[in-house]
Write a protein of this length. Structure first.
Length: 133
């Protein structure tokens, strides 16, 4: 049961990261539905010339931050499952830190995303419970 629970926690954490990172890339919005930010005019012009998103900040300049963002820990500590999603390397964690300092807590889910993940996780937990009890 423990391995199944760990697996469910890791899947849920990965789905969470996918949801908020894709929303940020597609819309430039944080979990509170507010824009992360806007580009300075010179940056906006440069991005337009490169054919990249310029109307909102999507934190995808190099794609390195999102490509190196994943579950880095999934463990049992007493009666608690601890699953951490973060950068897989020091540079990615630095980028996450810089962006958090500049834009605030952008790694959050919307209420709709939270409900969707909770429902999926509840379903997975029920499958696990039915398997063992």
């Amino acid at each position: 049961i423990i391995n199944d629970m760990l697996g469910a926690a890791e899947v849920n954490a990965n789905e969470s990261a996918t949801l908020f990172s894709q929303r940020i890339i597609d819309t430039g919005k944080k979990g509170d539905n507010k824009k992360i930010g806007v580009y300075a005019p010179a940056t906006k012009k440069k991005k337009q010339k490169e054919g990249r998103t310029s109307t909102f900040v999507n934190l995808q300049d190099s794609e390195q931050m999102w490509n190196n963002f994943a579950v880095i820990e999934n463990s049992i500590q007493g009666k608690v499952i601890k699953t951490i999603v973060a950068g897989k390397n020091e540079l990615t964690n630095e980028k996450l830190g810089w962006n958090a300092d500049r834009y605030g807590d952008f790694l959050t889910l919307t209420k709709t995303e939270e409900k969707m993940l909770a429902k999926a996780f509840d379903s997975e937990l029920q499958i696990i419970l039915n398997k063992y009890f």
